[in-house]
Design a protein around this ligand. Structure first.
Ligand code: GCB
Length: 588
């Protein structure tokens, strides 16, 4: 081997060069209303299990026709295999189905010189660790599979042809969020949109709008802007104000009584913010969500959450979200008579909450603090906090989003309590206008809701599978009686698998009839518990998961009310729809 190649092989410290975790929520810019240049489409692609590209610095290669090369190349970033972006590689070729590791995405960027402007790259989501290189320079890395991140390219681009490379690594690791063990498929790749944003020197980084706490006649507006002393905010038909800035930050209260957003009347206002030559837009609804004792109040009135849980998963596309898929999902929720949806177990595509805003569906949004993540590890904590901050910053103008959920089924250890109470405080500090929840624990010995985290939350989520994992269905009634929570409980999961394919059983576990019976018994029991203020059964569609390999599962969790084709409804669908119709009538 050539000397430098040998040196690279023996350099076990190579990974440290790419340790910077610098692509965080701090680099975000506000994108609403901006015109993006899409970088979706064909990218050159190569899987790289051994990190050869990082060791040999493939990102620093210069394009060269094969006939002119004097050395053999182990990889050619500039020609060869291409894949579409967005996509998950598992869905593209059989040989990549179980591939977990790093892969390289490369594409040219042809740019005009623009001395007065700034240029930002936005990656909608890349699973899980994404390192960004431009023209051979490493610009940083981002952790987290489901939140967007930005890289400012301004000082790194040259006029004409540039080369952008992303190294995307989906290896499951104990210190990640989530860790190795989950119940959903570990899709890898760049699976949401990639875009370029051009701005003037002045850049609007953030715009946050909401009703002031406890008020119906004052709106709080907070902005973060680089390169301006003031900004002009217009809320169509409601207000037009100047916001003075100190050190790039401005916060004001505006006297205004907006028409309130609600599931019955999901009214949105067109908003424009202008600072210098920069301008952004949004469509924003105004509402209050609060808790009082065991009540959840929307605009001051008690509400019962008629929900359904959903994953981002598709038989053909994996985790890639399309508008058609989202519309079908919301149509199914409407047919179930839902007013609520749990977007489990990680931040979904931002269009989900936008559609929920338009359609009047309340949203539980979540980060993947799932099961036994590495709670004592400060790096894991920093990662979780950043994913939470990225989610909040992305979606906090969505009136539909009423709950930030900070985790799911985590054992009640001291380290977990410290970690998750910290997350709850973090969420409240960033956003005092929403409720905080988590899927908490039941003590199976004492048959009570018992979890030290609950006192840090507004809503106690409970995942319970009485009649399924817990055989004695009547224990649910016992827990109901034994528990006396001082705040609202939402049954964040319940359900049973049903395999409705020809291979599925006619009765007993995994049959459609058994699932239907569980839904009958669950809804009857839960309706009688006065502190239960809603539910989001598990789950709308069957979803892919490596974990489920039983004869009726065959790689799928089959707790869907609808099969993986997203069309065929199981009997339990109508049972839940009827129950919710009844609840909706009672609420009137
Ligand atoms: C749970 C988990 C969810 C699983 C579900 C199941 O409690 O929160 O991620 O998929 O149970 O089907 O077991």
């Amino acid at each position: 081997l050539a000397e430098n190649a040998l040196a690279a092989l023996h350099d076990e410290g190579y990974a440290r060069a790419y340790d910077a975790r610098n692509l965080t929520h701090r680099g975000m810019i506000f994108t609403g209303g901006r015109v993006a240049q899409s970088l979706d489409g064909e990218w050159n692609f190569c899987v790289d299990l051994l990190d050869t590209g990082l060791r040999q610095k493939w990102f620093a290669m210069q394009p060269q026709p094969p006939s002119e090369r004097s050395e053999p190349w182990d990889y050619d970033p500039f020609m060869g295999e291409v894949v579409p972006v967005p996509s998950n590689w598992q869905m593209l070729q059989d040989k990549w189905y179980f591939f977990e590791g790093g892969s390289w995405y490369t594409r040219p960027l042809d740019l005009e010189p623009d001395p007065d402007g700034r240029l930002f790259l936005r990656v909608g989501a890349a699973s899980y660790d994404c390192k960004v290189f431009l023209n051979g320079t490493y610009l940083g890395n981002h952790l987290g599979a489901s939140t967007p991140f930005f890289v400012e390219l301004t000082d790194h681009v040259r006029p004409g042809r540039n080369w952008l490379m992303l190294f995307v690594d989906n290896r499951r690791q104990a210190d990640r969020v989530p860790m190795q063990n989950t119940d959903w498929f570990n899709y890898g790749g760049v699976y949401r949109e990639v875009s370029l944003y051009r701005t003037p020197r002045t850049v609007i980084r953030d715009l946050v709008l909401s009703l002031a706490p406890d008020s119906y006649d004052r709106i709080t507006a907070r902005v973060e802007i680089e390169g301006a002393d003031s900004a002009r905010l217009q809320i169509e038909g409601l207000a037009e104000v100047e916001i003075p800035l100190t050190d790039g930050v401005g916060e004001i209260e505006i006297a205004a009584s907006p028409r309130l957003w609600s599931p019955e009347d999901p009214h949105l206002y067109d908003v424009t913010l202008t600072a210098g030559a920069d301008q952004v837009r949004d469509r924003v609804g105004f509402r209050q969500i609060q808790r009082r004792g065991t009540e959840i109040l929307l605009n001051g009135s008690p509400i019962w959450l008629r929900g359904i849980a959903v994953h981002e998963d598709d038989r053909d596309l994996g985790k890639v979200t399309t508008e058609e898929d989202l519309i079908r999902r919301f149509d199914h929720a409407r047919d179930l008579n839902c007013n609520f949806m749990r977007l489990a177990h990680y931040p979904h595509h931002e269009r989900a909450a936008q559609l929920a805003d338009e359609r009047g569906i309340l949203i539980w949004a979540e980060i993947p603090v799932y099961w036994a993540i590495d709670f004592p590890n400060p790096a894991t904590r920093a990662d979780a906090e950043n994913q939470l901050a990225e989610l909040i910053r992305r979606d906090r103008n969505r009136a539909s989003v009423v709950i930030w959920s900070i985790g799911n089924e985590n054992a009640d250890t001291d380290a977990r309590l410290d970690f998750m109470s910290g997350l709850a405080a973090h969420a409240r500090a960033m956003d005092p206008t929403r409720l905080i929840a988590a899927a908490c624990l039941v003590n199976h010995q004492t048959l009570r809701i018992e979890d030290r985290l609950t006192e840090h939350l507004d809503i106690i989520g409970i995942n319970e599978y009485y009649g399924w994992y817990d055989e004695d269905f009547d224990d649910l009634g016992r827990i109901g009686k034994n528990s006396s929570p001082d705040r609202p409980v939402v049954i964040s999961e319940t359900g049973a698998d049903a395999d409705i394919s020809p291979e599925g059983p006619a009765e007993g576990l995994f049959s459609e009839a058994y699932q239907a019976e569980i839904y009958r018994k669950q809804t009857a029991t839960l309706a009688g518990l006065d502190y239960v203020k809603g539910m989001s059964p598990w789950i709308l569609y069957d979803f892919r998961t490596e974990r489920r390999q039983g004869i009726y599962q065959r790689g799928w969790n089959r707790k869907g009310l609808i099969a993986a084709d997203k069309t065929t409804r199981k009997a339990a669908f109508d049972i839940l729809a009827a129950f919710y119709a009844e609840r909706a009538k009672e609420a009137k």
